[in-house]
Design a protein around this ligand. Structure first.
Ligand code: FAD
Length: 485
C-alpha cells in the first residue's frame, strides 16, 4: 500500500494525479495539495486578456473532479519538504498550510511514500522593480491577471476611440524571462483587435524582448519548413510582427518600471527607456520557494533545489561552456538525485542549462531567455513520472521504464493571432526535439522534417479545438486518457 502526494494542480501535476488515481486503486492513497480551488487552462488566458473569453470559460472547480477520481484534495500551499522525516515522523513528509475558506492558515503534516513536486513557476515580479499587475504593468499568466489586463486594455481602447494615440508595449519584463510565446501571442491578438475596431492607425505597437534575435523563443530559435523552404524562426517571427504592424526592441533586459516607462539595458550595455500607455510584460520565473529539511531539521534546500528554487533532478548540472552542452545533460525521468522517491515534472524541475546561447552585456548583465517548458512537455513529463511511480509501486522494482527527455521529445506551439471561425488566424510551429541535438542533427540541430511553421485559419481552429479538448481531458470525462498530452 503506497501513498503518493502531488504538489500543484497545474498542467503537469494534474496530469500526474489523473494517471496515478486511474491506476492506483485498492488501498493506495493519492493526495493533491494545491492552493487554487480551480484548474485553469493557462494557454487560453491570452483570450481572457483581450476579452474574448471570460475566466469561467478557462477554469473549473477541482474538488468535484478529485472526488470523482478518488483523490484526497487539500486546498493548501506546500511550505517545506522533509524527505528524511524527523523525530516525530519516520516517513518523509510535507508541511502544508491551508488557504481554503474553512481552514485558512491551518497547518498540517502530510506523509508520503512518493512525492511529486509539480509546483510550476513562481511568477517573480519582485525581481523587477515596478513590474506586475499590482504595480505598473499587466500580466496574462493567470486568469485573474488576464481579466485585470483586459480591464486596462479596454481603458486604452477607449482613449483610442477618443482619438488619443496609445503605445502598447508587450514582451519580457526581466533580462532572463522566458515564455516569449505567450507574450508574442498576446501582442498579435491586441493587433488583431485594434484592426477589427479600426483603431490601429492610432496605436504604436512595440515588442520588447531579451532574445538575441526575434523568434528565439528561449529555444535558441529553430529552422522550420515553410512552404517548402527552410526558414529560420527569426524570419518567420519578424515577418509576422511586420504583418501585424509591430516594431521591436531586442536584446533588452528590463530592470525597472515606473508609471508609463520601462527601463532596460541592452547587450551593448546601454541603459535606455521606453514609454508606454499599456504594457504586458512576462516576469522572470523562479521555483515555488519551498524549503527542505533533514531529519535533524537542518536546512538542506541547496541540496534539493537549484539556486533559482527549482528542483534538481537527474540532469548534468556541472558547469559547462555553451560549446560543450550535450543532449545527455537533460533529464530522462525527473527524479531527485538525493531522494529517490521525489520527482519534479513540468516547470518545477531545474534545467541543466539554457537552450538559447548565454549572452552578457559589458556590465556583466546576463540578457537571454531561460528555457521554456511549455504545456506539451509539462503534460508528457507529468504522465511519465506517474507511470514510473505506478510501475515501482506495482512491481516493487526500482525501475523507470518510461522516459521523456526534452532532447528527444517534440512539441507543437500554436500562437493564436486573431479570433473568429473565419477570420481567426494562428501561427503553428512544431519542433522536434525541443532542445537541439547537434550530434544527431548536425545540420539544423533538429529533425527538419518535423520542424514546421505555418500561419492560417486552420491553426486557429486547432487552438480552439485544443481549448475544449484539454478542458475535457482535465475534467476526467469519459475516456479522457485517450487524449494525448
Ligand atoms: C499566458 C500563457 C500562455 C501559454 N500558452 C501556451 C501554449 O499555447 N502552449 C503551450 O504549450 N504552453 C503554453 N504556456 C505554457 C504552459 O502554460 C506551461 O508550460 C504549463 O502551465 C506548465 O505546467 P506546470 O504544471 O509545470 O506549471 P503550472 O501549470 O503553472 O502549475 C503549477 C501549479 O502549482 C501550484 N503551486 C504553486 N506553488 C505551490 C505550492 N507551494 N504548493 C502547492 N502547489 C503550488 C500552482 O497553483 C499551480 O496550480 C503558456 C503560459 C502562459 C503563462
Amino acid at each position: 500500500m503506497a501513498k503518493v502526494v502531488v504538489l500543484g494542480a497545474g498542467i503537469s501535476g494534474h496530469t500526474a494525479v489523473s494517471y496515478l488515481s486511474r491506476h492506483l486503486k485498492k488501498g493506495h492513497e493519492v493526495v493533491m495539495v494545491s492552493p487554487n480551488s480551480n484548474y485553469q487552462w493557462v494557454p487560453s488566458n491570452i483570450w481572457v486578456g483581450v476579452g474574448l473569453m471570460t475566466p469561467d470559460q478557462v477554469k473549473f472547480k477541482l474538488a468535484p473532479v478529485y472526488k470523482k477520481m478518488g483523490v484526497d484534495y487539500k486546498q493548501a500551499l506546500a511550505v517545506s519538504i522533509h524527505p528524511e522525516g524527523n523525530s516525530q515522523n519516520e516517513k518523509g513528509f510535507v508541511k502544508i498550510k491551508y488557504v481554503s475558506e474553512e481552514d485558512n492558515g491551518k497547518e498540517e503534516i502530510v506523509t508520503y511514500d512518493y512525492l511529486v513536486n509539480a509546483t510550476g513557476p513562481k511568477l517573480n515580479f519582485e525581481a523587477t522593480e515596478g513590474l506586475g499587475p499590482k504595480k505598473f504593468t499587466q500580466s496574462v499568466c493567470t486568469y485573474d491577471h488576464a481579466e485585470h489586463a483586459w480591464g486596462k486594455l479596454q481603458e486604452a481602447f477607449d482613449k483610442l476611440e477618443k482619438g488619443e494615440r496609445q503605445t502598447f508595449l508587450i514582451g519580457t519584463g526581466h533580462a532572463m524571462a522566458t515564455c516569449q510565446g505567450a507574450a508574442f501571442e498576446y501582442i498579435l491578438n491586441i493587433a488583431f483587435e485594434l484592426k477589427k475596431r479600426k483603431l490601429i492607425h492610432l496605436a504604436d505597437l512595440w515588442w520588447i524582448t531579451n532574445e538575441y534575435e526575434i523568434g528565439d523563443f528561449g529555444m535558441g530559435g529553430a529552422y522550420v519548413k515553410r512552404n517548402g523552404y527552410i526558414t529560420p524562426t527569426k524570419i518567420f517571427a519578424e515577418s509576422i510582427l511586420r504583418e501585424y504592424g509591430v516594431r521591436w526592441i531586442k536584446r533588452a533586459g528590463v530592470y525597472k518600471v515606473e508609471e508609463g516607462k520601462v527601463f532596460y539595458e541592452n547587450l551593448e550595455g546601454e541603459k535606455l527607456t521606453k514609454e508606454f500607455d499599456f504594457a504586458m510584460l512576462i516576469p522572470g520565473f523562479a521555483g515555488a520557494g519551498l524549503k527542505a529539511f533533514d531529519k535533524e531539521d537542518n536546512d538542506i534546500s541547496s541540496k534539493v533545489f537549484a539556486a533559482n528554487g527549482m528542483t534538481k533532478v537527474d540532469a548534468d548540472y556541472s558547469p559547462k561552456k555553451y560549446e560543450d552542452w550535450k543532449a545527455e545533460d537533460w533529464p530522462l525521468i525527473y527524479q531527485s538525485p538525493v531522494y529517490e522517491n521525489i520527482y519534479a515534472p513540468g516547470i518545477a524541475f531545474a534545467p541543466p542549462h539554457g537552450i538559447s546561447k548565454p549572452m552578457e552585456s559589458p556590465n556583466g548583465t546576463k540578457i537571454f531567455p531561460t528555457p521554456p517548458r511549455t504545456g506539451m512537455p509539462s503534460g508528457v513529463i507529468g504522465k511519465i513520472v506517474a507511470q514510473n511511480i505506478i510501475h515501482r509501486i506495482k512491481t516493487g522494482k526500482d525501475e523507470h521504464p518510461h522516459q521523456a527527455s526534452m532532447t528527444k521529445m517534440g512539441a507543437a506551439c500554436i500562437v493564436s493571432a486573431g479570433y473568429g471561425l473565419f477570420k481567426g488566424q494562428a501561427a503553428v510551429m512544431t519542433v522536434n526535439p525541443i532542445v537541439q541535438d547537434w550530434e544527431k542533427y548536425p545540420e539544423w540541430g533538429r529533425n527538419i522534417n518535423d520542424t514546421v511553421g505555418v500561419v492560417g485559419t486552420a491553426g486557429h481552429w486547432m487552438k480552439l479545438f485544443m481549448h475544449y479538448m484539454f478542458l475535457y481531458k482535465a475534467k476526467a470525462k469519459p475516456f479522457w486518457w485517450l487524449i494525448p498530452e
